[in-house]
Design a protein around this ligand. Structure first.
Ligand SMILES: Nc1nc2c(c(=O)[nH]1)N[C@H]1C(S)=C(S)[C@@H](COP(=O)(O)O)O[C@H]1N2
Ligand SMILES: [Mo]
Length: 312
């Protein structure tokens, strides 16, 4: 059998439609009780979600903790473009069209480029990274994400030295997202350049070894494990290198409650609730929340000399 190198693999090829269709036909005859949660969730007409990503290597950036199930991670979501209730995105995002897809990387750099999803997937070796992920609403999950450090993509466009921040923008189309509510769209986020270049900052294309399902931010999103979940912007279409702090969706919507940095910090409470503890999905007991979500050894130096009460 011919083993293809990543550059030869087309994104559209990852799930040849006939195989996908055969799987569905096969599944049609199987009683639901015998199917795994993942199979039950396979959305109709979504050829990409739920298909295996090629050549995924284990990463050293991994926590040794019990992982949440695919079912948990894909049915309890914040994705306001597909509804504000956590149970809504898994249903409302079912037919989200993620192909073709391009990510434009532009702004203060020598080589601004539009990358197709094929190019994004082939740009660097895909790694599996098990990360702790904590929402500002005090729930948390542990997920085996797939992707590589955002720095690999940013380096391709050769950032100018004037580029001090990175601005991200999500896809938005009201026709595909009629249930979008609660925020101004498109969803936007931002990082300081040194945060964006930190190896833990993951450009994420999959989870559990497979392409992301729509509700988790297909086809490509950020995962920033030391920050509250809302920094981890989904379904990215634009990344812009800029010379000043960019606007961010939750800060635009409610600045006193949501700052730019949004580092996980058990010592700085949300104005309406404590951040000292959290509940892992699937557990009843509360756990103590760790400074920088437990990633302090790696990221604390990014914030040396900063007042983290002011820069929340
Ligand atoms: N475009 C977009 N990205 C988003 C959101 C959103 O509503 N829209 N929600 C954020 C929030 S609040 C969280 S906690 C995480 C949730 O990611 P998950 O559903 O994969 O757990 O996505 C973040 N990224
Ligand atoms: Mo969140």
């Amino acid at each position: 059998m011919l083993i293809k190198k990543p550059a030869d693999i087309l994104y559209s090829e990852i799930t040849p439609k006939h195989i996908y269709m055969n799987r569905r036909n096969f599944l049609a005859g199987v009683p639901a009780a015998f199917l795994g949660a993942r199979e039950l969730l396979s959305p109709s007409g979504q050829a990409l979600a739920g298909t295996k990503l090629p050549n995924v290597q284990k990463s050293k950036y991994t926590v040794d903790e019990k992982q949440n199930s695919y079912q948990e991670v894909s049915t309890y979501n914040n994705y306001y473009e597909f509804g504000t209730d956590k149970s809504e995105p898994s249903g409302y995002a079912k037919n989200f069209k993620t192909e073709p897809w391009t990510v434009s990387v532009e702004g203060l750099c020598n080589k601004p480029s539009k990358f197709t999803m094929e190019e994004i997937l082939a740009l660097a070796p895909l790694e599996e990274r098990v990360y702790r992920h904590r929402c500002v609403e005090a729930w948390s999950i542990v997920v085996p994400w797939v992707g590589y450090s955002l720095s690999a993509l940013l380096n391709k466009v050769e950032p100018a030295s004037r580029a001090t921040y990175v601005a991200f923008e999500s896809f938005f189309d009201r026709r595909q997202m009629p249930h979008a509510a609660g925020l101004q769209f498109p969803y936007v986020e931002g990082l300081r350049m040194d945060e964006a270049m930190h190896p833990l900052a993951l450009l994420c294309t999959g989870m559990f070894g497979e392409a992301l399902p729509p509700q988790d931010g297909a086809p490509v999103r950020m995962i920033l494990p030391w920050k509250y979940g809302f920094k981890s912007i989904k379904s990215i279409v634009k990344i812009r290198l800029v010379g000043g702090q960019p606007p961010t969706s939750w800060n635009l919507s409610n600045a006193p409650e949501y700052g730019f940095y949004s580092n996980v910090n058990p010592r700085v409470d949300h104005p309406r609730w404590s951040q000292a503890s959290e509940r892992r999905l699937g557990e009843l007991r509360k756990r103590a929340t760790l400074m920088f979500n437990g990633y302090g050894d790696q990221v604390a130096s990014l914030y040396n000399g900063m007042d983290l009460k002011k820069n929340y």
